[in-house]
Design a protein around this ligand. Structure first.
Ligand SMILES: CC(C)(COP(=O)(O)OP(=O)(O)OC[C@H]1O[C@@H](n2cnc3c(N)ncnc32)[C@H](O)[C@@H]1OP(=O)(O)O)[C@@H](O)C(=O)NCCC(=O)NCCS
Length: 169
């Protein structure tokens, strides 16, 4: 049985382990710790199996900026599932539960930089045709957005900047 719930301080070491093993490096684990320390984790959930943390997802604030306006939104990153537990639907459950939790926040949009076949399942669409880009460019289809509220994309254009904690990644 897999349970999905908000992270707690007693999960922190296990969350580090999940990201370090899934990504094969410490960058994402460090990023999550830095976002948490900065009070920037708006939604952070763990997947738990048999009392063990096997997955984690985080959402932090991003800013969409053009010449005339600035809007606040959320960015999904990172998402990880322990390598031995992947391909069993845990990542999808974390994504869906995370997006549902984001839907209860005041934010109207969520962005993600990732694989379109995976994130397309949860309603993400390429942001570029809407005139919204990631500040660092990157593969055109990999930067995706979804509206959490009807009409939230109306009039939104510009470049999306993640928090400074992402700069070291
Ligand atoms: C991406 C990740 C979180 C998915 O977790 P998971 O528990 O395996 O996901 P699910 O079982 O819900 O879904 C797996 C499906 O997504 C697909 N998928 C996973 N990663 C994918 C990718 N990079 N590109 C395309 N499809 C991908 C798998 O092929 C699989 O498809 P299938 O069910 O049709 O076989 C996990 O593979 C992981 O931790 N990867 C390393 C870290 C990472 O890359 N995170 C995402 C970037 S932030």
């Amino acid at each position: 049985m897999i349970g999905i719930r908000p992270e707690t301080t007693s999960d922190i070491a296990a969350i580090r382990q999940v990201h370090a093993e899934a990504f094969g490096r410490s960058g994402e684990a460090d990023l999550v710790d830095a976002l948490r320390a900065a009070g920037a984790l708006r939604v952070a959930l763990v997947a738990v199996e048999g009392g063990r943390v096997v997955g984690h997802i985080a959402f932090s604030p991003v800013v969409i900026q053009d010449d005339t306006s600035t809007h606040n939104a959320l960015g999904l990153a990172p998402l990880a599932v322990l390598p031995g537990c992947q391909r069993r639907g845990i990542g999808s459950r974390l994504a869906r539960a995370g997006l549902a939790a984001c839907g209860k926040t005041p934010y109207g949009l969520v962005f993600v930089l990732g694989a379109p076949p995976f994130y397309g399942r949860f309603g993400f669409k390429s942001a570029k045709p809407l005139g919204i880009t990631w500040e660092h460019g990157g593969p055109p289809d990999a930067f995706m957005v979804q509206a959490l509220q009807t009409g939230a994309l109306r009039g939104i254009r510009g470049a999306v900047a993640y928090r400074p904690e992402f700069d070291g990644l």
